[in-house]
Design a protein around this ligand. Structure first.
Ligand code: SPV
Ligand code: MG
Length: 536
């Protein structure tokens, strides 16, 4: 079934007996966010469109400039857009052109308000704002109706009578005149913190035409109170802009103070989310149809066959332990996806059937109890595509670390913590490495640090850092790994560090990226406690 046209959908929404909600958007991105949140329609607010362009809500953008913005919003969404048409930007003749052009850009309706051009926002200098002559305003409604060329194009008539200090009777008189002129619904606007005047209007109005309200000032009114009184729709008129504003101010301050992105990178939307909203998946699919094939994208292998933690939680595979609301595995998958890795393979063993996530391929190492990491890697390696990140299923890491390894063109790249965390257990054994040199603060400028030797051992001055369990293998290095595993016993014995040491001995070069913190492996209950404080 084809969905109703946007105009028809908006008209039906207003006529339906149920209460509906429109949320403000001020550009195509925020319009998409409104749609994805499940709203049935979008309010293209004059205030927030103006504010997002750095101008005042005083008709400082022209209606033709607004048309161009609206076209982007309409193209990016499939739900109807109701445009704040202010006073109509002129007389009846301007309204005719405005409506005709809005229709051409796929806009479903316009809200006209009975003030004088140029207007200012209703919450500024409100008493001083004169109202339009009611008859002249009725002419605008009729002209818009006649110019729409579509009976379902919605025209809302908004009276500012209450805000301008007129009595209820004047608001009712105007609303009735606008109804008779052909409006599809009326908006009665108010600026008090309590909805009493608006509710008095609703009582007198009855059900002559649907009523739409903008409860910016009387926001604390329970939604049920609007529903009980038969309100057709609420417009939440400026809240995405205000939310974004606060977040941007806070972020800008923090970046300025810290002179670094490290503190905020994992608290802002991943770039992958930006690309998703821009519809990159569609373009990638189209490129496959219309362009010559390109090199395959990256993939990842998560080694999670090992058993459980000793103690509480021990009934689950370690990778399924919860850190906050998400499992370790979910966190790892999110960090990988944030780097555009979509081909994900997890190797499961212990209670393997529990290890499942949407979009994640599972392969099994049924000999997990008697074999090691290389045996698990061997079962997953056929699924390696392009550059392949291999990670343990019990290691949390910030997503940028995976990005560092992926962006490095070397064949084998590992992340090494130059300042491994101290634990109460001085005899803690882990994968420590010796490198061609120690980490330094200008590591990012020097790309010549290579692994000399990796060893499962206790920390000591002999080592330069701790391997965090992440390695990137280029397609060539995946090939070398296959050769190495092919000559090993079946199933192959040993750990990933054995493979890394083999690469070193064979002169392949294992490149090191030094990091400092921003990862944790969960080997014990104290680790699990610490991991609860690991921000994603
Ligand atoms: C807008 O969002 O621009 C509106 C609603 O017109 S209000 O700001 O309440 O006037
Ligand atoms: Mg407005």
């Amino acid at each position: 079934m084809t969905p109703p046209r946007k105009t028809t959908a908006l008209k039906q929404l207003l006529r339906a007996p149920s209460l509906d909600f429109l949320l403000e958007a001020h550009n195509a991105l925020s319009a998409q966010i409104v749609e994805e949140a499940g709203f049935p329609a979008i309010w293209a607010s004059g205030l927030t469109l103006s504010a997002s362009l750095g101008v005042r809500d005083n008709n400082e953008i022209t209606w033709t400039q607004m048309l161009d913005l609206l076209e982007f919003m309409s193209d990016a969404t499939s739900i109807p857009i109701l445009v704040d048409g202010d006073t109509g930007h002129g007389n009846f003749n301007t309204v005719r052109r405005l409506v005709a052009k809005l229709r051409q850009r796929g806009i479903a309706g316009v809200c006209l308000e009975d003030k004088l051009f140029p207007k200012t926002n209703s919450f500024l200098r409100s008493e001083a704002q004169p109202l339009a002559d009611a008859e002249e305003f009725c002419g605008k409604i009729k002209a818009g109706r006649d110019a729409s060329g579509d009976d379902d194009f919605v025209i809302l008539a908004r009276t500012e009578a209450l805000i301008a200090g007129h009595p209820l009777a004047e608001a009712l008189r105007r609303a009735e005149a606008y109804r008779l002129a052909g409006a599809d619904a009326v908006v009665v606007h108010a600026k008090e913190a309590r909805p009493d005047a608006v509710f008095a209007f609703l009582k007198e109005w009855g059900n002559r035409l649907p009523v739409v309200l903008i409860p910016t000032k009387y926001y604390a009114t329970p939604t049920a109170a609007f529903r009980e009184r038969g309100v057709s729709a609420l417009i939440w008129a400026n809240h995405l802009l205000r939310g974004a504003l606060g977040t941007m101010q806070q972020l800008a301050g923090q970046i300025r103070r810290e002179e670094s992105l490290v503190g905020i990178e994992d608290r802002v939307a991943p770039l992958a989310e930006v690309f998703r909203l821009q519809g990159d998946a569609e373009l990638a699919a189209a490129e496959k149809r219309y362009l010559r094939p390109t090199a395959s994208a990256a993939s990842a292998i998560i080694l999670a066959a090992g058993g459980a933690l000793d103690g509480p939680g021990g009934e689950l595979p370690k990778t399924l332990l919860k850190i906050g609301r998400e499992s370790i595995l979910e966190r790892i998958v999110a960090a990988l996806r944030a780097n555009q890795i979509e081909t994900l393979t997890v190797v499961a063993g212990y209670k393997k059937e529990l290890v499942a996530l949407p979009g994640l391929r599972r392969v099994d190492n049924d000999h997990f109890a008697t074999t090691g990491e290389l045996a698990s890697l061997a079962v997953a390696l056929p699924h390696a595509e392009g550059d392949t990140l291999v990670t343990f299923g019990d290691v949390l890491f910030r997503s940028y670390i995976a990005g560092l390894l992926l962006r490095d063109p070397a064949d084998v790249v590992i992340a090494v913590d130059a300042q491994p965390r101290k634990t109460a257990d001085a005899a803690r054994r882990s994968d420590f490495v010796r490198a061609t040199r120690a980490g330094a603060t200008d590591d990012f400028l020097d790309d010549a640090v290579l692994l000399e030797h990796a060893e499962f051992a206790e920390a000591s001055a002999h080592f330069h850092g701790e391997w965090i369990g992440l390695v990137k293998l280029s397609p060539r290095a995946v090939g070398w790994t296959r050769e190495f595993l092919a000559v090993a016993s079946a199933p192959p014995a040993g750990a990933i560090i054995d493979l890394l040491n083999h690469f070193v001995r064979a002169g392949r070069g294992v490149k090191i990226h030094y990091i400092r913190g921003h990862w944790i492996d969960v080997d014990s209950l104290p680790d699990l406690d610490l991991a609860q404080r690991f921000s994603p």
